[in-house]
Design a protein around this ligand. Structure first.
Ligand code: SAM
Length: 290
């Protein structure tokens, strides 16, 4: 069965009474060399377990099963489960789980299926939930060796943008604190069926074993980062003031100055280390007041 052949895909979908589900971001790969390259580059060696998100009709799954000792594929669409049984069900090293990846207890699932094996993530991600999935993986408490995902090119560009550049935003800061982002290669829209309106990029994230710049309160750091990018045209102090209404703006400005920055600085100029510093100053202030 040639799973990258458009006519074959059409036949598989029709014979199972399925339509491409836009709501689930179903754009299936129809380019062999892209499939092979993702599977080749998704782990630093062959002795890895692979967690795949969204196997679809099993195109990438098949390439992964040919290379790795254990593959666990999580697919939300119940209608695709019998299809996967037909296309890749004869691989003894494959387990398919019918679940929403965002609802799956990741730590428990990984230790149940992979035991002590080092694990990498590999996926052609649905565009509509790229960021929540990446953050869920990075915050799961699982020590993934590498996370290789195909995402919208524009999001990949944002993730790889340095502080101060136009693409730099809260997601850049949050992801970069948790891991190193490596751009692999671009994939044009024509490599998918149906073709999406945007191009894609394959990236790998090498998670840090501990997040860069530890902070006293993770929630505070998230709030500081979100506040800094909420209103890009405003100064950091103004932007933060609307997120922290309990603190006078003048006090926020003092805090920014005591962290070593100009009181009129904009949030996008700050790196993760700077946000961590501001976050701890705010946490200390909160503790002193309670
Ligand atoms: N891997 C296949 C390929 O490359 O041809 C399909 C990729 S398609 C872009 C995304 C897949 O993710 C679809 O099969 C979709 O049903 C599945 N999906 C969407 N949301 C999901 C979620 N929350 N959890 C698990 N799978 C999901």
């Amino acid at each position: 069965m040639n799973l990258t052949s458009p006519s074959e895909i059409k036949k598989i979908m029709e014979s199972n009474n399925l339509r491409f589900n836009k709501g689930f971001g179903q754009n299936f790969l129809i380019n062999d060399s892209v499939v092979e390259r993702i599977a080749d580059e998704c782990a630093p060696g062959t002795d890895f377990g692979i967690l795949e998100i969204g196997p679809g009709i099993g195109t990438l799954t098949k390439a992964l099963c040919e290379r790795f000792p254990k593959v666990v594929s999580v697919e939300i669409d119940r209608g695709l489960i019998p299809v996967l049984e037909q296309t890749v069900g004869d691989n003894d090293n494959l387990t398919v789980i019918n679940e929403d990846i965002l609802k799956l207890p990741l730590k428990q699932t990984v230790s149940e299926y992979f035991k002590d094996m080092p694990v990498c993530v590999c996926a052609n991600l649905p565009y509509y939930i790229t960021t929540p999935i990446i953050m869920a993986l990075l915050e799961s408490g699982v020590s993934f060796s590498m996370i290789t995902v195909m995402i919208q090119k524009e999001v990949a560009d944002r993730l790889a943008s340095p502080p101060g550049s136009a693409g730099y935003g809260s997601i850049t800061a949050s992801v970069n604190r948790r891991g190193e982002v490596i751009k692999r290669f671009n994939v044009p829209a024509g490599c998918f069926m149906p073709a999406p309106k945007v191009d894609s990029t394959v990236i790998s994230i090498i998670p840090h074993s501990i997040p860069a710049y530890s902070v006293k309160d993770e929630n505070m750091l998230t709030k500081v980062i979100n506040s800094a990018f909420a209103q890009r045209r405003k100064t950091l102090a103004n932007s933060m003031a609307s997120f922290f209404p309990e603190i006078d703006k003048s006090e926020i400005e003092e805090l920014i100055v005591s962290a070593g920055f100009d009181k009129n600085i904009r949030g996008e100029k700050l790196g993760v280390k700077d946000f961590a510093l501001l976050s701890d100053l705010l946490t200390e202030r909160k503790a002193a007041q309670s």
